[in-house]
Design a protein around this ligand. Sequence first.
Ligand code: SF4
Length: 100
Amino acid sequence: MTIAGQIRLLLKALEPWAAANAGSVKVANDKPHLFQLLGASPGVPIHIRAERETICASCEENLSGRCRKCGCGVRAQWIRKTHLATERCPLEPPKWTEWR
Ligand code: SF4
C-alpha cells in the first residue's frame, strides 16, 4: 500500500475519535498538524518536558490535566503538547514556548 493510501486509512480511522472529541480536545487542522499531534513532531528533552509540565501544573488554565485555552492534554492524556518541540503555551505572552 502506498503512503498516501496509509494516510487515507489513518485519517478515516480517526474520524470517529475526532467527531466525538470536537470542541473538547485539540483536533488537527491538516495532515502535518495531525502527525504533529500524534507525536511525529520532534520531541523535547526530558528536562524541558518537566519544566513545561511544572508550569502547566500550577497554571490557572489547567483543569485536571487539560488546558482550558487550547484543549490539549498537559499531563496524563495520550496527546501531550508538553512533549512536542513545535508546541507552545497559547497564552499571550506564553508561559512556555517552542523548543529549538
Ligand atoms: S499550556 Fe499554557 S495556558 Fe495551558 S495549562 Fe499550560 S501554561 Fe497554562
